[in-house]
Ligand binder design. Structure first.
Ligand code: 13P
Ligand code: SF4
Length: 333
């Protein structure tokens, strides 16, 4: 039976209806690894931030439906201004984005006139417009290494990713004081308990985690890099220090491995699902259907903002051409 929600009747055959709307609209559905399993399963492409930005830049679809957070959908709009970009829930923000308001960031830039600004893609379009080069967790190290050794750099908004990159590249970038609320709250105590219980388990971590956690890791990398590492080392146990949405693809690709999420410090380690990203999880199949049916919420930006924010994104795409994609794309996508 169809159910009636706040925005009208939700059909029982949601998946079929989404696919029908997708064909009618000539749309492509892009999903990040932190989305709910059913959203990942219906998407045309599942990837990390770099892979999804690349796909958004090159798609021939008329409409981009972004199952991710707002800064990702904004990126798709900036790279493809003539296309309609839909996001199932416009409230899908990001704590890193919130931690970096444009006025304060402009003052930070102005206070460092001889520095260039490198900014993590997890920021607003306004911050991108004030930036020289955008990076993601999969290309940041290579892009920073490609710059002259004496180039002075300010880095925003993630202080943990910034300090990890300083360590890896030997730079001394001046760091903005922002963080991802999901990655900073993993419990070190629970991680140690799990490692004691599963001594053979490999620890894999996203570089948005604090250094105290990264120090335990056998492998550090973007979501795609973590996924690739688990595929290259099958039949193992893993303790995973990133948002647990990624476990869906890890389990699919490595059925003979065992994956354990690491609990958050917030609740004394009582539950693993407490460490989900509440913004990523705002998107649901129902909201995906409704946004495609109503062609709303649509992501819009002024042409001036798009023009200013595009330059540092184009620079990122240019500078990361050598990085191969491991995105999961359906054959037609
Ligand atoms: P990546 O998928 O690019 O590693 O980014 C992780 C993240 O936090 C996205 O919000
Ligand atoms: Fe932002 Fe962290 Fe959520 Fe990614 S996981 S969207 S960085 S709050």
């Amino acid at each position: 039976m169809a159910s009636a929600g706040a925005k009208g009747v939700i059909p029982p055959n949601l998946e079929e209806e989404i696919l029908r709307l997708k064909r009618e609209m000539n749309a492509v559905i892009l999903a990040h690894y932190y989305q709910e399993d059913d959203l990942q399963d219906i998407a045309d492409v599942i990837g990390d931030s770099l892979e999804l930005a690349r796909k958004a830049a090159e798609t021939t679809a008329d409409v981009i439906v972004f199952c991710g957070v707002k800064f990702m959908a904004e990126g798709a709009k900036i790279l493809n201004p003539s296309k309609k970009v839909l996001l199932p829930d416009l409230k899908a923000g990001c704590s890193l984005e919130t931690s970096c308001p444009p006025r304060e960031f402009k003052a930070f830039r102005d206070a460092h006139p001889d520095h260039i600004a490198i900014t993590y893609i997890n920021c607003s379009a306004e911050i991108k417009a004030l930036t020289d080069i955008i990076v993601t967790s999969s290309n940041a190290e290579a892009i920073i290494n490609s710059l002259p050794a004496d180039q002075k750099i300010i880095f925003a908004p993630d202080k943990f990713l910034g300090s990890y990159l300083n360590k890896k590249t030997g730079r001394n970038m001046v760091l903005w004081n922002g963080s991802c609320m999901v990655h900073e709250r993993f419990s070190e105590k629970e991680l140690v308990k799990l490692k004691t219980a599963y001594p053979k388990a490999l620890i894999i971590a996203h570089p948005e985690c604090p250094e105290s956690l990264l120090n335990y890791a056998d492998h550090v990398g973007s979501t795609s890099s973590l996924l690739k590492f688990t595929e290259q080392n099958p039949g193992r146990e893993y303790l995973v220090l990133t948002e647990p949405g990624i476990l869906h693809q890890m389990k699919k690709r490595s059925p003979n491995s065992t994956f354990y999420g690491v609990p958050s410090a917030l609740d004394g380690g009582a539950c693993i699902s407490c460490n989900t990203c509440e913004y990523m999880k705002l998107n649901t199949m129902e909201k995906l259907y409704l946004c495609m049916r109503d062609q709303s919420p649509e992501l819009t930006l002024t042409p001036e903002l798009i023009e200013a924010a595009r330059k540092p994104l184009d620079r990122m795409l240019e500078l990361s051409k050598a990085i191969t994609s491991t995105a999961i794309a359906k054959p037609h996508a």
